[in-house]
Design a protein around this ligand. Structure first.
Ligand SMILES: C[S@@+](CC[C@H](N)C(=O)[O-])C[C@H]1O[C@@H](n2cnc3c(N)ncnc32)[C@H](O)[C@@H]1O
Length: 195
């Protein structure tokens, strides 16, 4: 696998985060003021754990972080965080059961990404499917007024996701972090004020 040792890769190591992706959520947080002390946050697609560590720091010891992924975290979470291994869309999984037990949440974050095949349209479709499924979780598990951040691979079909999100939230904005790799087709929607 190709390793990108760019500015953000090196900075992540220095700042003790397992992945450079932390700077994307930090940028989004600075711009949209997403995370506050005491919030309950759900982090979907949390491995290796950078977003979770960042969110746990922002919500502090009075907050609660529930992180989920198909793969384990490579970091230990502070006491306010729990991690559940599993497929968040498998109705019979422990992850699914945990959503019901621990929800509702103030904020849902989804940095989920499919295993890419290199076939552009297939990867875009899978990524959008994950984003739609994360939106379905928001309908069930996010408080009224809550916030949702979701990643997807840019595609014409993302318009349908935007339209659906506008039905669920008061405000939805596209966001392309500076810390995304220049060649990356990833993009985020930041949605606030769940109706
Ligand atoms: C880009 S990584 C997330 C990086 C993470 N935000 C961080 O900062 O460390 C995408 C993750 O989505 C996870 N994922 C994809 N589909 C999933 C599913 N159905 N349930 C849970 N996790 C999933 C993958 O296993 C992968 O670890």
């Amino acid at each position: 696998m190709k390793t990108y040792r760019d500015h953000y890769f090196i900075k992540a190591k220095q700042d003790n985060y397992p992945a450079r992706s932390v700077y994307k959520i930090r940028e989004a947080d600075k711009r949209f003021r997403l995370l506050r002390v005491g919030q309950k946050v759900l982090d979907l697609g949390a491995s290796p754990g950078s977003w979770s560590l960042y969110a746990a720091q922002k919500i502090g010891a009075q907050g609660r972080l529930v992180a989920m992924d198909l793969n384990p975290l490579s970091v230990e979470l502070p006491a306010q965080g729990i991690f559940v291994l599993g497929d968040v869309f498998d109705e019979t999984s422990k992850a699914r059961q945990t959503l019901v037990e621990q929800g509702p949440f103030d904020v849902v974050l989804s940095d989920m990404a499919p295993k890419t095949t290199g076939i552009k349209f297939a990867d875009q479709a899978k990524s959008l499917d994950l984003a739609f499924q994360a939106l379905a979780i928001c309908r069930e598990c996010l408080i009224k007024g809550g916030t949702f951040v979701v990643k997807f691979f840019e595609a014409h079909e993302a318009k349908a996701l935007l339209e659906e999100m506008r039905r669920v939230f008061e405000r939805v904005q596209g966001f392309k972090p500076k810390s995304s790799r220049a060649e990356s087709r990833e993009m985020f929607f930041v949605a606030m004020g769940k109706k």
